[in-house]
Design a protein around this ligand. Structure first.
Ligand SMILES: Cc1ncc(C[n+]2csc(CCOP(=O)(O)OP(=O)(O)O)c2C)c(N)n1
Length: 561
């Protein structure tokens, strides 16, 4: 039976088992929307901006592990989507973004709402396609989902001209994937794994360094098992929060620019790094020529291109982390490991000497307190998203993450405006959890229009606005490194956040005492509606520890008593 190209898009989404699509219509994508109108296989959520549609699909993917799908129109619809694509790309999030394009006969003529979408998306997608004719559409759709989720995951963009969505063709979706130039390695090389284990067994101060790949490959149970079996301490990147679980005795905390003292010192002193799905980002390594100077490095990654890109490992292992961990856990029994007890206790001493802490106050609410308190009250019952800034770092530091996929944040790109739409995707994908978004008074205004989407689709996102009347993170750098010259970071001119959310149809609470916060959080959870809890916090609080730019990991600014 022949169907049109637009219907093929619907059928592909249906075959992939996707139950929600986020998007925004327009001229070039109308044929697809006409088919969306007629179908009942999946829900379509109309966001109020294309950037938000991509972030929502992204948040949905990060929380559920499924491929996120978003649909936008050509020209301005697509260009609005670019920040979302780049955000997902930097964090390797599996996603398929479908855009409409002007008809093939008009391409290249500067037609109305024409833009070179694949030209623009190339540097911020894993792969992209401009569909030339109806015959290749089914294959491209199938490949798009496959490429998005296989190997190192990432966003894939499919640009479809309007005449292609109108043309009738055969839809044969079941056929095998045949991509001769794209064959991701999944199984790690056993001999190499064995050699790595030999080195690990002989190290004196080995350290497991876990990154976002651990979340993407669902390897967290295996990593916990490996650490426990070998008694090797673990540090997590921002993207790996939750992999070990906050109470795990082997977890030395998050490392990096705002990492915990114990974690950064562990990385500074280790003689063997076991990097699991991490990419040695500059926010993690600090000054590179001082990083892990004499450590042996084992680097496991599904993407061969990311191995050796920043530091050259002694034992590279290419493979899907979950499968490699299964091998490691099986082969570990053949080795006699050194006793790491004294190394672990040394790091525990560091934790005791310089715990992650803040100076609490009864006069004014400290932002760290808000995060900690939310964790005490909700813990594993919440999935937590953030925007970008100080509040993001405090959330990473102080929320007690129990499991992978509990923390949804823009790491690689650091995109303000990510939090609210991503939390919508979480709320839709994880209906049994509370969707909490920690945000700043700067970030929340960047996609504020999405409150309307939350109201329309009953997405009960609770936004906790840590209101410091500043673009806090930038203000912190100005204070510390620019002699307190606060160029364009004062946000004292503000909307009435409570009235604002009420105007959209949500609920809002303004809070300036601890008691009020507890009550507001309780009410917001009960309300099951999109909510603001605007917390008036200490304006001048800084995120510490901090490794200043260009410094080594052991050169942290710490909190002074
Ligand atoms: C889209 C975008 N523009 C600019 C920045 C640079 N930036 C990083 S943090 C920050 C300040 C964030 O302020 P706010 O949301 O109020 O959070 P706070 O740091 O006060 O917690 C800015 C401007 C960014 N990350 N993203």
């Amino acid at each position: 039976m022949k169907i049109n190209g637009a219907r093929m898009v619907i059928e592909a989404i249906r075959h992939e088992g996707v139950d929600v699509v986020f998007g925004y219509p327009g001229g070039a994508i109308m044929n697809v929307y006409d088919e969306i109108y007629k179908q009942n296989h999946f829900q379509h959520i109309l966001t109020r901006h294309e950037q938000a549609a991509i972030h929502a699909a992204d948040g949905y993917s990060r929380a559920t592990g499924k491929v996120g799908v978003a649909i936008v129109t050509s020209g301005p619809g697509f260009t609005n989507a670019v920040t979302g694509l780049a955000t997902a790309y930097m964090d390797s999030i599996p996603m398929v973004v479908i855009s409409g394009q002007v008809p093939t006969s008009i391409i290249g003529t500067d037609g109305f709402q024409e833009i070179d979408a694949v030209g623009i998306s190339r540097p911020c997608t894993k792969h992209n396609y401009l569909v030339q004719n109806i015959e290749e559409l089914p294959r491209i759709l199938k490949e798009a989902f496959y490429v998005a989720r296989s190997g190192r995951p990432g966003p894939v963009h499919v640009d479809i001209p309007k005449d292609v969505t109108a043309t009738m063709g055969d839809f044969d979706y079941e056929k095998e994937i045949n991509m001769p130039t794209y064959k991701p390695t999944t199984k790690g090389n056993k001999r190499q794994i064995k050699k790595a284990l030999e080195a690990i067994a002989q190290a004196k101060k080995p350290l497991i360094y876990v990154g976002g790949g651990a979340v993407l490959s669902n390897a967290f149970v295996d990593i916990r098992e490996f650490a426990k079996k070998t008694n090797i301490p673990v540090v997590e990147t921002l993207m790996a929060r939750g992999v070990m679980g906050a109470d795990n005795p082997l977890l030395m905390g998050m490392l990096g620019m705002h990492g915990e003292y114990s974690a950064n010192m562990a990385m500074y002193e280790t003689d063997l790094i076991i990097s699991l799905g991490a990419r040695f980002d500059d926010r993690v390594t600090g000054r590179l020529d001082q990083f892990a100077k004499s450590a042996t490095i084992v680097h496991v990654d599904v993407d061969p291109a990311s191995i050796g890109k920043i530091v050259v490992p002694h034992y590279p292992i290419v493979g899907d982390l979950k499968l490699v961990m299964e091998d490691l856990n099986e082969m570990v029994h053949d080795f006699e490991f050194n006793d790491y007890a004294s190394w672990v206790s040394r790091l525990k001493e560091y934790q005791k000497e310089q715990p992650l802490r803040f100076v609490d106050s009864d006069e004014v609410i400290k932002p760290q307190w808000v995060v900690k308190r939310t964790g005490e009250l909700l813990g594993y019952k919440a999935i937590v998203t953030t925007d970008v800034g100080q509040h993001q770092m405090w959330t990473a530091q102080f929320y007690p993450f129990d499991f992978a996929r509990q923390f949804v944040t823009s790491g690689g790109l650091g995109t303000m405006g990510f939090g609210l739409p991503a939390a919508m995707g979480v709320a839709r994908g994880k209906e049994d959890k509370v969707s909490i978004n920690f945000t700043g008074d700067g970030s929340i205004l960047m996609n504020i229009q999405e409150l309307m989407t939350c109201v329309e689709y009953k997405l009960p996102v609770i936004n906790i606005i840590l209101n410091n009347n500043y673009l806090g993170m930038v203000r912190q750098w100005q204070t510390m490194f620019y002699d307190d010259r606060l160029a364009e970071t004062d946000l004292s001119t503000q909307p009435d956040f409570v009235k604002l959310i009420e105007a959209f149809g949500g609920v809002g609470y303004r809070v300036s005492t601890k008691e009020q916060f507890d009550e507001a959080l309780h009410k917001a959870v009960e309300a099951k509606k999109v909510a603001f809890i605007e917390v008036i916090v200490d304006r001048r609080e800084n995120v510490l520890p901090m490794v200043p730019n260009g410094h080594a990991l052991n050169e942290m600014h710490l909190l002074k008593d």
